[in-house]
Ligand binder design. Sequence first.
Ligand code: ADP
Ligand code: MG
Length: 651
Amino acid sequence: MIEVKDISRTYTIGESQVRALNGVSLKIDQGEFVAIMGASGSGKSTLMHILGLLDVPESGRYLLMGKEVSGMNDDELATLRNNVAGFVFQQFHLLSRMSTIDNVMLPCIYSDQQGDFRADALKRLEMVGLGKRSDHRPNQMSGGEQQRVAIARALIRNPVIIFADEPTGNLDTKNSHEIMRILTELHQEGKTIVMVTHEPDIAEYAGRVITMKDGQIIEDRRKEGMTIRPEISESIIKVDHQPLFKPSRMLGFVVQAVHSITSNKIRTLLSVLGILVGVASVIAMMALGAGAKASMEERLKSMGSNLLSVRGGSAKIGGAAQGTGTVTRFTEQDAQSIAELRTLVNRVSGVVSGVAQTVYLDKNWSTSVEGVDYDYGEMRSTIPDVGRWFTREEIQARQKVAILGTTVVSQLFGSEDPVGKTIKINRINFKVIGIAPPKGSSGPRDQDDQVFIPVTTAMYRVLGKNYLDGIYVEVSSASNIEPAKKAIETLIRKRHKLPVDDKESFNIRDMTQFQQMLSSTTETMSMLLGSIAAISLVVGGIGIMNIMLVSVTERTREIGLRKAIGARKGDIMLQFIIESVGMTLTGGILGILVGIGVSVILSTFAGWAVKTSLFSVLLSTGFSVLIGLFFGLWPARKAAGLKPVEALRYE
Ligand code: ADP
Ligand code: MG
């Protein structure tokens, strides 16, 4: 069944070389019970690892059931181990955070079998006399019991060969003989057993004793009357493995991952916390950004849409227009003829502004007075919520009615209701008919520190002007803004007989440019907030990587064991990736909840405008999965690349 020819294995440690196996040839038949004996360091374990496909020799041939295994790659060897071999080690190598029954079932998740292995595992446990202890943890058991669990695990895949390396090395005499009794029984049932031991009374159980010295076989002794069974055909050797991503396997891996990330609670909690903080801040920052944007848009809407402002003088900042041309004084007829540009213009309102003293009873307040036309209310969203807007008749008849900004209201009236009261503006009595909706301040200017009165009243009764300071024009659509500007310019030049090259006497300002600038500013700001938060997510990811690397080192022996019982590279990688993604995803989901919570708290208690979006939730979930993948990859590769024998030996 097993045939090795002239195999050698040399270990290199720094400069020196140790020849652990030196041209060993050996044949083991189906159904044999072989004990390999020899002094410590004679190469017993090395030989057994090679026979058990855990290690490969540098030279020599290995035929397993007539099939050459020397050329197989790591994954093929893993599958082969899973299918034909069972291992029992001196140190038991049980996974301490799993129940005994889960330990026994472990090889099944790396097999191509499907279904529930629990009943099967329980049967093996009963066979070794531990049927009642299936829920216990390995560390709640004695050494002898742990080794019996390990034997049950070795049997679960129904192997043809059992490899046992000093199975009684850590046990007392009584337990040693109990273990040997079980192995003898298995041998009688037809299992081939290869056992390493240095104790002669243990070797006595075997039918054949091979003695080694300095990497060579010096004696090979068979007992009389040992039964040898017919050879099994090589058809049971299966090396082609099933695909990695099969739902049944994935489920097994997820269960394993949950086991291991919950077994180290504090550490998991801390690394999840890193991601949680990152995701929560992404959510909260993006909500803040979106909120700021929304309130900015609200503000912009109150400025009016597609609005042009026609003003006298040049467009120089500060209004210090020097030059020869005179500042244009617009007339009501100008406004009228602009309004007649029908396809381009929706509405028009002439305005005059000035400063005036307002008085109510014993309070007085200096404020700015805006004389406005009927359409101004709609155009600039100034229709009062309390009280009403001017009527056309009031404007026509130069009525003394006023609409107050909120700052003026609080200065003159305090908490009193001003609607219907009479105030003085520059010593003229006005009736208050409404309160303008608050607009907040733009720059240093408080837009609520204003009084609106009809444009006619302002010109002829309050400010003593016979011209307009400016004209607001609402263009019919955004695409008409440029043509409208052109048309208005031509019109004004014609009406005021201005030369074409004159740039000083009036200007047309496009308010939408200002709006676009503002909204792009808020956009930049929310991007900035989002990216700062994203950085904290990356920092959280590095935390995960750190934890996973520690975990790989700490679990080296576990990885070795998993590989020994048949886990392929991909299986180990998948397990570690699932663990890291599991942690980041948990952090992500908790972070979303915390982030939304923080946003709600900010909006209710601090009064900040926040707006959580589905997009930010999806983005940060996706991002946390990606971070788990990205930062988990390196540790996972490191784990997957470990050699089974070296990993098992790791202290
Ligand atoms: P045994 O099991 O008979 O005690 P081993 O097969 O474990 O012996 O070891 C045989 C020789 O190879 C010993 O000299 C040991 O020091 C050496 N050896 C075993 N494993 C390694 C290793 N991973 N690296 C270096 N030397 C090793
Ligand atoms: Mg050894």
